[in-house]
Design a binder for this molecule. Structure first.
Ligand code: FEO
Ligand code: CA
Ligand code: CA
Ligand code: CA
Length: 675
């Protein structure tokens, strides 16, 4: 979630804090630990490099022969209403909030007067995760899928939201807000030196917080999903708070439902899963449910956000509505009118992102996803079906999704203090720390999924400092995860989350072990302001790479890791706005060839590439297959964009209606980005 909407309550009340602080041991242990895993991969990336994994294209296979070498100078921080990029680069604003997708709506109006119908046919608000899906492998023609995490009601409406006595008073305003959420699919092309939307392309479309979606996997047709709208529990309406994203090896988009609990209320007694995930008993973020019963309400469009039981059964009220949220949602961008599918086997929590691991023919497909809340967990889903490379170019992509994403095993991570790790299966026969099995508490796999985090508590998973995005190194197969911050960690550090009052965050990484339940891990880099003490600035960062609250995280296929921030730590915000840094971890090895973490000797390899405008968060990453166009999203800017040139500052004294937007970065000479 964004720092703007972060819910600071602690929902995990379990006592899973079994480890002492062992930071010193952790820092010295990687070379031993990685001896048989990461280092092998490091020094033999000729062999591993041909095994594709999470790359910058959508094919999911293949990577370059050797990792890239960065060839730009780290840029200074910036505190302006403009984006900053290295010399020799240009940056263009593309598809800002409100850009029409077709001819059905009125063009975006500077006064905020567009209607809910306009919004349903236009780009949503607060762009977040995204992915470029090339058409015919092109680097100049493709589909951009963009998440719209949440809204700024003050910017969305001419004079902010209409509320009287805690009740919303304008039906079209609330519909507009619902339509500003979700996902956009938009066809874009490079014409000359400029990217532009293809107006009226038949693939342009929106999935909003009201679009009908299918439920698949263990929760499909369960009693927990029965609503008046879907009496058989097979469907739900809309996707909410779409934050990080993923994509699949078979060419589909994955959008992740993160901070969805804030949209629902239950004024009666909370169910166990509602309590664990943090549903409110008093209010919702935007008060949509307060228009329930309005004369203009259609098909319970507002009532459904109120979970309070009022009827005699689940077909009489919306007690189960929230059970249709908290999932990874699969979208086939290439097929117009295709329905989005909620893949419930991958767990139900505040999903930040979803990233597939190294693909090996004949082995299961693995996806990682973090639960972004304080003291929450990291999860891995392992498909029941082994990977078949013939599935890479399917004719029916969603049927391939059925094959790999509906059946499998979900695991949660325990980070042991000796830098080993254990994946704990969320299955009925899985052993709990109390000596029983999950079947003592849960009647079915669907019940486990419904309260994924509650089940994970019983297994002794490690509470983390807010797991955000994850990405996998195409050369080593090592997975990286951002832990953005956790200022409520006042006691109970553990080896994987070793700093008290962790306001700067860190990036952890792991290699899968010999069995599906084993992994080994270490901490790649610690965020910090440059002038912090050595026990805080553990990675030896300087002014040219100091950062806090790492959030977005993406490898491209050349092995460059792009780290994006959503920072609220004053020590860094006074120096720079949110930013994106680059580093090539697979080239960082000590003289013995052991994988290195970022430290005082090599920290210059971590370089600041991009700084966003005032007030924004930098999030979402994708790159064209030829690496000449890099796309990032600017979410909730304060007073930007002023023009199509993203680097042009909004002049002093001028106020613009702020618009989240995609920024496309290219080199003036048209060459590859970053190298
Ligand atoms: Fe929506 Fe956890 O960032
Ligand atoms: Ca995020
Ligand atoms: Ca964040
Ligand atoms: Ca965000």
């Amino acid at each position: 979630m964004s720092k703007e909407t972060f819910d600071s309550r602690r929902f995990n009340r379990s006592k899973n804090t079994p480890f002492e602080q062992v930071l010193e041991a952790n820092l010295s242990r990687r070379s031993i630990l990685k001896g048989g895993v990461g280092v092998g991969a490091m020094t033999a990336f000729g062999a591993f490099g041909l095994v594709g994994c999470n790359d910058g294209s959508n094919s999911g296979t293949g990577s370059e022969a050797t990792p890239a070498t960065l060839n730009f100078n780290s840029i200074p921080g910036s505190l302006t209403d403009a984006v900053s990029i290295p010399e020799g680069y240009v940056a263009q604003v593309l598809v800002p909030w409100g850009t029409p997708l077709n001819a059905l709506g009125t063009p975006w109006q500077e006064d905020g007067s567009n209607t809910s119908d306009d919004q349903r046919n236009a780009l949503g608000m607060h762009h977040d995760g995204m992915h470029f899906f090339p058409i015919n492998d092109s680097s100049t023609d493709g589909l951009l899928c963009i998440n719209h995490e949440y809204i700024d009601p003050n910017a969305l409406h001419p004079n902010g939201p209409s509320v009287s006595g805690g009740v919303r008073t304008d039906v079209d305003e609330v519909r507009k807000e619902i339509n500003a959420h979700g996902v956009s699919v938009v066809r874009i092309q490079l014409v000359g030196e400029t990217w532009a939307i293809v107006d009226n392309d038949p693939l342009n479309r929106r999935y909003t917080a009201g679009t009908v979606m299918d439920i698949s996997g263990p929760m499909a047709y369960s009693q927990s999903l029965v609503t008046p709208f879907s009496p058989d529990g097979s469907q739900t309406r809309g996707t909410l708070n779409n934050c990080g994203n993923g994509y699949t090896p078979w060419g589909t988009y994955l959008t992740c439902e993160e901070n969805w609990p804030g949209y629902f209320v239950n004024t009666d007694t909370l169910t166990e899963d509602q309590q664990r995930i943090g549903i409110s008993t008093s209010t919702t973020r935007y008060l949509w449910e307060t228009l329930a019963g309005s004369a203009q309400e259609q098909v319970d469009e507002f009532s459904r956000f109120n979970l309070t039981p009022s009827g005699s059964s689940a077909t009489q009220d919306y007690r189960n509505e929230a059970n249709g949220f908290g999932y990874i949602v699969e979208i086939d961008p290439y097929t117009a009118n295709s329905r989005a599918v909620k893949r419930t086997a991958m767990g139900r929590f505040r999903h930040e992102g979803c990233t597939f691991g190294r693909l090996v023919e004949g082995q299961p497909v693995v996806f990682y996803s973090g639960h972004d809340s304080r003291f929450e967990y990291l999860y891995k889903f392992v498909s029941a079906q082994p990977w078949d490379a013939a599935d890479e170019k399917p004719s029916n992509r969603l049927s391939i999704g059925d094959k790999y994403l509906d059946n499998g095993t979900l695991y949660v991570a325990r980070f042991n203090d000796d830098n080993s790790g254990t994946w704990l299966p969320l299955t009925l026969d899985s052993q709990t720390i109390e000596g029983g099995v999950l079947a003592d508490t849960f009647a079915s796999l669907a019940d486990i999924i419904l309260n994924t985090a509650g089940a994970a508590d019983l297994l002794g998973a490690t509470p983390m400092d807010r797991p955000e995005w994850c990405s996998v190194d195409p050369f080593t197969g090592t997975a990286y995860l951002t832990l953005t911050n956790n200022t409520q960690r006042t006691t109970d550090t553990n080896a994987a989350n070793p700093r008290l009052n962790n306001k700067f965050g860190h990036v952890i990484r792991w290699d899968e072990g010999d069995s599906v339940s084993e992994f080994s891990w270490d901490i790649f880099v610690f965020g910090s302001a440059a002038d912090e003490e050595q026990n805080v600035n553990i990675s030896g960062l300087t002014e040219l790479n100091q950062f806090a609250s790492p959030d977005g995280l993406s490898f491209d296929k050349r092995g460059i890791l792009w780290i994006q921030t959503d920072n609220g730590a004053d020590e860094v915000t006074q120096y720079t706005n949110d930013q994106m840094l680059a580093v090539v971890p697979s080239t960082m090895a000590d003289s013995d060839g052991n994988a290195e973490t970022v430290n005082a000797n090599n920290q210059a390899d971590l370089r600041r590439f991009f700084v966003g405008p005032n007030g924004c968060e930098v999030t979402g990453f994708t790159i064209s297959p030829d690496y000449t166009s890099l796309f990032v999203n600017i979410q909730h800017p304060g007073n930007w964009p002023y023009s199509e040139d993203a680097t042009q500052q909004t002049p002093q004294g001028v106020s613009v209606r702020p618009r989240a937007a995609t920024v496309v970065i290219r080199r003036e000479d048209g060459g590859e980005i970053g190298v």
